[in-house]
Design a protein around this ligand. Sequence first.
Ligand SMILES: Nc1nc2c(c(=O)[nH]1)N[C@H]1C(S)=C(S)[C@@H](COP(=O)(O)OP(=O)(O)OC[C@H]3O[C@@H](n4cnc5c(=O)[nH]c(N)nc54)[C@H](O)[C@@H]3O)O[C@H]1N2
Ligand SMILES: Nc1nc2c(c(=O)[nH]1)N[C@H]1C(S)=C(S)[C@@H](COP(=O)(O)OP(=O)(O)OC[C@H]3O[C@@H](n4cnc5c(=O)[nH]c(N)nc54)[C@H](O)[C@@H]3O)O[C@H]1N2
Ligand code: SF4
Ligand SMILES: [Mo]
Length: 890
Amino acid sequence: MPALAVRTTCPYCGVGCGVTATPQPDGTLAVAGDAAHPASLGRLCVKGAALGETVDLRGRLLQPAIREQGELRDTDWDEALGRVAGGFRRIIDEHGPDAVALYVSGQMLTEDYYVANKLMKGFIGSANIDTNSRLCMSSSVAGHKRAFGEDIVPGCYEDFELADLVVLVGSNAAWCHPTLYQRILAAKAERPQMKVVVIDPRRTATVELADLHLPLKPGTDTWLFNGLLAYLARSGAADPGFVERHTDGLDAALKVAADCADPVAVARACRVDPALLLEFFELFASSEKVVTAYSQGVNQSSAGTDKVNGIINCHLLTGRIGRPGMGPFSLTGQPNAMGGREVGGLANMLAAHMDLDKPAQRDAVQSFWGAPRIASKPGLKAVDLFRAVEEGRVKAVWIIATNPVVSLPDADQVRRALDRCELVVVSDVVANTDTNDFADVLLPALAWGEKDGTVTNSERRISRQRAFLPAPGAARADWQVLCEVAQRMGFDGFDFASAHAIFDEHARLSAWRNEGERMFRLDGLAGMSRREYDELEPVQWPVMSKGEGSTRLFGDGRFAYADGKARFVPIVPRAPANATDQDYPLALNTGRVRDQWHTMTRTGKAPRLSNHVPEPFVDMHPQDALASGVREGELARVSSRWGEMVARVQHGGGIARGSVFVPIHWNGQTASHARVGALVNPVVDPVSGEPEFKHTPVCVQPFAVAWHGFILSRSELALDDAANWTRIEGGTHHRYEVAGRSHIARAAGWARKLLEVSDEDADWLEYEDQGSGMFRAAHIVDGRLESCLFVSRLPDLPAREWLGGLFAPEKLDAGDRASLLAGRAREGGAPAGPTVCSCFGVGRETIRIAIREKNLPDVAAVTACVKAGGNCGSCVPEIRKLLAETHVTQ
Ligand SMILES: Nc1nc2c(c(=O)[nH]1)N[C@H]1C(S)=C(S)[C@@H](COP(=O)(O)OP(=O)(O)OC[C@H]3O[C@@H](n4cnc5c(=O)[nH]c(N)nc54)[C@H](O)[C@@H]3O)O[C@H]1N2
Ligand SMILES: Nc1nc2c(c(=O)[nH]1)N[C@H]1C(S)=C(S)[C@@H](COP(=O)(O)OP(=O)(O)OC[C@H]3O[C@@H](n4cnc5c(=O)[nH]c(N)nc54)[C@H](O)[C@@H]3O)O[C@H]1N2
Ligand code: SF4
Ligand SMILES: [Mo]
């Protein structure tokens, strides 16, 4: 490792991969996997590998700003902090502590999170602090607490390798937890008898390498796991000794599950092939080492907590928990989803796994903090919080490291709420987000690489994020800003000198008045010197003594309830909250794509991540498309009772009839009408408060336009008057996919105005064919391509990749100039198509042609021939799919 390499942790998903970051003399950043990090063992997925393309200061928020007469103006910290502290103080004095709120994020570091929670619950004295983890992990938290008595993930990543059966429920791990998925695949390659089962209504990339796929009807997991419980009890797979000694409540759970005793009836309810369902039941019954890992297909449901307990019930019945190679495993989404739970970031938690409704624990926290008061009742959960903001019950909200105008359900309601709110404070790292648009005070935060602290991954492993870049502009760490506001509000207990000091307090609180009733403990991390903290190696909690982490919990059958026993939870299956109806006949499922992270504020900057899925899409079954009157490749309007959006129709995403899938990433910064959150039903799980992001009744209709087009341009453009647009990062240029309603004959005038060229400009080349409805233009300045535009009545436009390449040279040669308006290189050459392998930039068509022409039999051969799949492996499932398709069509 070069001398300057800094070992840190990836800021994206909950796998928590180790990264070595090495700033280069030319100002760029070299990033590699950290072979010494136990979570990832040197692996990185494409998003991690592209981190170097996201750390420049383009688009960063570098100065505090204040809104006056509707306009933001830059200011200094003194005025900005005064505005926040003064505003919060005034509103609390006039309306009480419940009139203010914090809305924070699983992307904050533990130290930031700890301070936010301390300020709100201990000093302001309200529990109105909730987090985007409400949208993500809260059903798992609630399920863990019901089953185990505490929010604990019992297992570790190694269990996935040791298991004989890995069941992935509602998890597209190939795209969302890619390096963990790679670990499963590597283990499977070594031990081919190991089986992988995927339970997901869609045939996702994760399914490509599975042994069995159960494409269940959306929302029917509770039937399936009740059916499994009944089957296991019947088939002799139960562990009566374990159940007797270590659990409580089996009879009640079995009684309810008896309704699902007939596997054929369960298969019917879940709309899966009965033979496949039985195959899964038998596999589960006969495999002692089973890991059941689950993610948002489970959590984000109005029955999310029940789904979690339905899964845990099956592991308790068989005693398969806490031992190597087995257990229920909640995959966390964000890099610090777990850390947020440790500090009690949710509105219904306290701190260090203590509870708001236990007076002794409230007293413990208050005395430890020396706090003047302590919240005495749960605060508002995310969806209710923004309702209270709209109704004026909450008058000030401080949003940190999350983008609720995009990510909450019924997202237009969030806009209305923020529009009405007296004081909206937003801390972010970028200048322009859909939420920043509503900020009265905008506070610049240090980003990944600049900030310093800890995160905890899905397997309870605490890792350091270390700074290796200087603080840019006026940006400050979130914890520091929170402390300064607290101090200005007159509170003691916030004079931390560093993240290290905060971590130390957090570690000490975990042991405070803890006679063993809370398993979350960091005793062994308390009292570290600054140097020890800086050099901290990744370690799994509980850490009872220095250097002693805990790989697994509950292996001895002792759970966190006072009697040491785990609880079965009886599950009464129920369908998603709102069934589809005549007006909204399709069920909207939403989720992620491989190369983008949430609202794209960081991944959206990396050119190599932008071409895997360049545009918002609605994936639907061809027959549903036919019935809806829409066609593949054309734009469609998707609407629900709550809102609407526009996306391009696509097939091939492996979706059954009756559902559509839309990605969550696009928003007002990257597209004109693609904020899918505006459509999502705000109904929540009654126990956890987690929204039903995977099931909203919608309808799909044609979005009629007169022409389709795209523009490549060095400068950013304001396309407000286009009927629809999406902006894609091209590195040397911006790419815009556009569609218009005006007559195509007017396109020339529109283009000249948009690209600011005059009629006489000698370097403005134009080609128009009114007959076939086509217009093409290019603007060349000093021999360099400045912009080009292609418009057509049909969406049959030339490939963008070759044209994009023309922005690299300082001067276009005559040949390129001549073929520019043709939209393809003189020597021909097939277009590469959308990117499949982002590491080496290999397109779909390149791979297809190689498979066909060279008759490549498998992934290894494709990699050897065109490099695709040879680095991080995230695209291997897609290559497998292309191999299957190409061989079929040959
Ligand atoms: N590339 C990428 N990776 C990410 C993220 C990202 O933005 N981009 N975000 C991170 C975060 S915060 C999170 S929370 C995780 C999420 O990771 P995942 O949960 O794996 O991802 P999702 O795409 O939200 O949804 C998972 C699957 O649930 C399925 N599903 C829908 N309804 C049901 C159902 O009723 N039952 C079952 N069994 N399945 C259903 C969907 O079809 C989908 O394939 O990803 C993390 N990793
Ligand atoms: N329809 C639908 N909606 C969903 C989901 C879904 O599956 N479907 N999934 C939900 C889930 S699981 C999640 S986790 C959420 C995610 O949703 P969000 O949290 O809203 O998404 P992000 O884009 O990650 O927002 C993080 C923001 O914090 C900023 N930021 C990054 N680092 C820092 C920092 O260090 N400090 C500060 N102050 N700011 C920072 C980023 O620029 C960005 O604006 O979306 C939820 N919404
Ligand atoms: S798998 Fe997750 S933590 Fe690892 S590099 Fe990819 S996004 Fe980062
Ligand atoms: Mo998440």
